[in-house]
Write a protein that binds this ligand. Structure first.
Ligand SMILES: [Zn+2]
Ligand SMILES: [Zn+2]
Length: 461
């Protein structure tokens, strides 16, 4: 009996610590264009066709890089998620449902109708999975002008999402377009309405805290910390600058500062931060005052392949993303990016959705913690870094074949590592020695100089 007891005690002490791996999907920026292949202007292939672009001779069954998504591409992306991982712990859906067309072609009713169609599609494909959505800057009419108060769209969309969200979350959503949900004991999700901070939202610029979201977030994160909960933040527009468009900042400067301060204050509670909007595949690292990588933001690429008018950005292949996380610590462990090559898809009866890369395998890092992401970005700085070449290809979801020169690379690295606008400006400035590439180049010169001096000393001896 004593022996049995001893074995039980020993087993309970030394039982193997199993990593409880869970997974969840992020899908974003569907930008549904119902006019694909039936545009108002017969000289185009869709109403969202990239301005000033030449109309291609063939539109393509599954979509075109100059247009937002036809329904069949959206449907295919959601059913690809289902066939790859039909039982995720949950799904996050981070907004931008409407096409890039003038406001005159849209209406409040149409926004609600499109959100309903996409909500129904995700529900039908994943009847037993909870979807946690967020609104994007295109999910309002007129686009971007999200008012920090209740309105018809918050009310109608709140009702649509009541199939996934509890009553109190729906009520909060109807007030300001944001909410929180306890996903399970120990893991809380916060869906933010970051459209309020976007410089295109002209209704919020003069408000200190639009819809009281910052104050609400601070209380919520303080309580989460007290209750030993970890928090995943989801939303649409990211803080910081667009790594693919030098100097392009999304937030009003004061909101960028406030957002960064709010996140850094509670960095130990926030174990996942998932945004979108840029349509590109990237991430951001947040550092504490001592320069320690403390928090990160994952930026998920879009389903729409639409070529933006920003000159250095271009188009992307449609992507869907699966995260792997540890169900006990709530730490994100890996990112598995799936995509379909649109050119190839258009030669086939059905698109082929394949794994593009797994972050830990492609870059040989143990996980996707802020520390590991920081060590990865350090490798980008060396001349001809193969990791950077890979990252840059994935940045466009393997669509772009163009080169990234030194200015482009600096903008990429500064966009990832400097979310604070002032620090970003210093980082990208050609006249400063703190530019990451310049710093790397200087180190190489210093090393050569030291070696040369040593060889002179040795040869003299
Ligand atoms: Zn978008
Ligand atoms: Zn957006």
């Amino acid at each position: 009996m004593e022996k049995v007891l001893l074995i039980v005690v020993l087993f309970s002490l030394f039982k193997p610590v199993l990593l409880e791996k869970g997974s969840f999907w992020q899908v974003t920026d569907f930008h549904y264009d119902k006019t694909y292949q039936s545009p108002t202007d017969p000289g185009k292939i869709c109403n969202s066709q990239t301005p000033f672009s030449q109309t291609p001779s063939h539109a393509g069954k599954w979509g075109n890089y100059l247009c937002d998504s036809p329904w069949r591409l959206i449907n295919s992306s959601v059913y690809a998620m289902k066939s790859i991982e039909p039982n995720p712990d949950f799904i996050i859906w981070t907004g931008d449902d409407m096409p890039h067309v003038p406001n005159s072609q849209l209406s409040t009713e149409e926004v609600i109708e499109t959100v309903k169609n996409l909500t129904d599609l995700l529900s039908a494909a994943f009847p037993n999975t909870t979807v946690y959505p967020a609104l994007g800057n295109h999910d309002y009419h007129p686009k971007h002008l999200m008012p920090p108060k209740p309105n018809d769209i918050y009310r109608a969309v709140g009702n649509l999402w009541s199939r996934w969200l509890p009553h109190d979350a729906v009520n909060t959503f109807k007030e300001g377009g944001f909410y929180t949900v306890l996903i399970k004991p120990g893991l809380r999700l916060v869906s933010l309405n970051t459209v309020y901070y976007y410089t295109n939202d002209k209704l919020t610029e003069s408000i200190a805290d639009p819809a009281g979201q910052f104050e609400w977030l601070d209380v919520l994160l303080t309580n989460a910390s007290r209750n030993n909960e970890k928090v995943f933040i989801i939303g649409h527009v990211p803080p910081g600058a667009f790594e693919r468009a030098p100097g392009k900042k999304w937030f009003y400067p004061k909101f960028n500062k406030d957002y960064l301060a709010a996140i850094m204050k509670h960095a130990d509670v926030i174990t996942g931060h998932f945004l979108a909007h840029q349509h590109c595949d990237s991430f951001k690292i947040l550092y504490d005052c001592k320069g320690i990588p403390t928090s990160s933001i994952f930026l998920c690429p879009a389903v729409t392949p639409w070529k933006t008018v920003l000159p250095t950005v271009g188009y992307n292949n449609p992507g869907i993303r699966l995260y792997k996380y540890d169900r006990s610590t709530m730490n994100v462990k890996d990112v598995w990016q799936y995509f379909t090559n649109l050119t190839l898809a258009n030669t086939m009866s059905e698109p082929d959705w394949v794994l593009e890369y797994k972050v830990t395998e492609a870059f040989r890092i143990p996980d996707v913690s802020p520390k590991s992401l920081h060590s990865l970005v350090e490798t980008f700085k060396t001349q001809g870094s193969s990791n950077f070449v890979k990252y840059y290809l994935y940045n466009s979801v393997s669509a772009g074949g163009e080169q990234c020169d030194e200015e482009c690379k600096t903008a990429q690295i500064c966009g990832i590592t400097e979310v604070d606008f002032d620090k970003y400006d210093v980082c990208v400035s050609p006249s400063t020695s703190s530019s990451p590439l310049k710093a790397a180049t200087v180190s190489v010169y210093v090393a050569i100089l030291v070696l040369w001096s040593l060889s002179v000393i040795i040869s003299k001896n």
